[in-house]
Design a binder for this molecule. Sequence first.
Ligand code: ADP
Length: 580
Amino acid sequence: MRSKQEKAFAILNWSEAAASAVIVATYFILVQTQALGAGELLGTSILTTSLGLIHIGYVVLLHPFLKKRSLVASSFVCTGLFSINVAALIINTGGFTSPYYALWLLIVLLVGLYRPSVTYAFMAVTTLYAASLFLTHTETGAISNIIIPIITTYIAGGLGILLWGSHHSRHSETENLSSAQSQLSQEQLKSEIVIRNIGDGVVVVDTNMRIQLFNPSAQELTGWSESEAKGLDYHVVMPLAGEDGNPLTADNDLLTKSFDKKQSIVRDDVTLTSRSNKKLTLSIMVSPIFDATQKASGGIIVFRDISSAKAAERQRDEFISTASHEMRTPVAAIEGYVALAINPKVATIDDKARQYLTKAQESAQHLGKLFQDLLSTTKLEEGKLPNRPEVFDMTELVHSVVDELHFKAEKKQVALVAQQSAVSGGTTVQPILYVLADPERIQEVLTNLVDNALKFTEKGEVKISIEGNDKTITVGVHDSGIGIAPEDLPHIFQKFYRIDNSKTRTIGGTGLGLYICRQIIELYQGRMWVESKPEEGSHFYFSLPRLSFEQAEAKIKAKAAAQAGTTNQPIGAKTQPTVK
Ligand code: ADP
């Protein structure tokens, strides 16, 4: 079917060709009949006849082929050839006073079909021709003969632009619309292909939680077919439960939560009971869908079965945990016996043997630390790390760690100090900074940080600072050691991350210490971070929520009451609360 544009160009091209045919025929008839003299051949000449023949030849022989490449370009050539011929006729027959000028006006009116700039070009050519006439004829009558045709040309051009302007905008609107429609259907086709072939289950529900889309992978995982599932409440087709086995409905419903939060929820600990009663562990992402007015219009659930990956992970963790546990005992025995062997009070050995055994002791200690860290890591990840939270004073704990590691620091000739607290009237006031956590775990964290600081500091000092505001207590471990490069800082708390350079290569370690520290601190709603510059030293910080004196007192009272089976045990005024 021919488009409107094609039809318009066909009419234009054939009517121009017909006009050329009339010009050519006029010439031949007049010459044949010799009805008029050679100068009165109605302005036709050998030139205009040849141009007419070329034009007709082009329209008949070439245009049908070339228009397939570009209809507009080829039609434009037709019009171009015809206009040259008309211009020649006009010049032959007295310029602007020529009767052929009407034909020119018609051309100016019609060429807007191509685009407005073509009309402007025709108007410009006419103006140039007028200017050349104006320069050669200055008589008053001649001038009005120039100005009037010029004005009529402009009117014809203006009308043409008006006439075709609405056609162009309609045409471009239709073009835009049809290209948008084809783009949309292509996009829809692509999405359809992706959703049908993706390995993940994809379920789309409306605001009433009724299933609208259920892809083949969702069918495979749940055991429901698309026709059965469509229109049902998604809870029926996908009974989900949390890690604790509680169903994810009502308040725990993932979709409701994602609507409330207006964001996606991602979980990888969700269990799905399939239609055949099989339990699958899912990695699931539930996202709300919003319409243009930001109103929830449904939800999308994307999920995959990670049961086998979870089982493999559990097996691996169990293996590491058992292996570390089993190997820690003999390593501890080796450490103990080697310590006895190099103790001059217990055994007599020569210097060479002492040297070898000291090295063996270092390696055994390293191995022991590795097993201990591995064990702590798996226990932490399984949530089985011993955790007995109680109220204790952080200042006291910091001082006990300094006392404990004093000897190690002295051996390295590095000063280890706890930052001086507020001084009042010549006596040091140590503010009581209460926290609720397992003091053993926090001591482990602080010891690890100070150990690292001593390990990576050759000279200067290691300082522990402690400060508290109403809400939090912040402990900092500052050293003047090798520091950490900016590119390593974001990774320093990752599992097994160790910086490998000429300075750290000879220093032992497992890369697990800081990972464990951060996990422990986060267990008690705290935060851990680091600031460091190479060669300038490092500053490791952790902060924990602070308990007010009243809160601490109440907790200690409650604990004491639970232990003694009595209430009303007075604490406070005379005796400080029994804090660790
Ligand atoms: P490791 O057992 O290797 O010390 P950590 O997790 O405690 O494991 O530390 C990870 C890495 O972070 C270390 O190998 C070391 O490169 C870097 N690091 C930790 N503490 C410091 C510090 N105070 N100064 C410089 N580098 C440090």
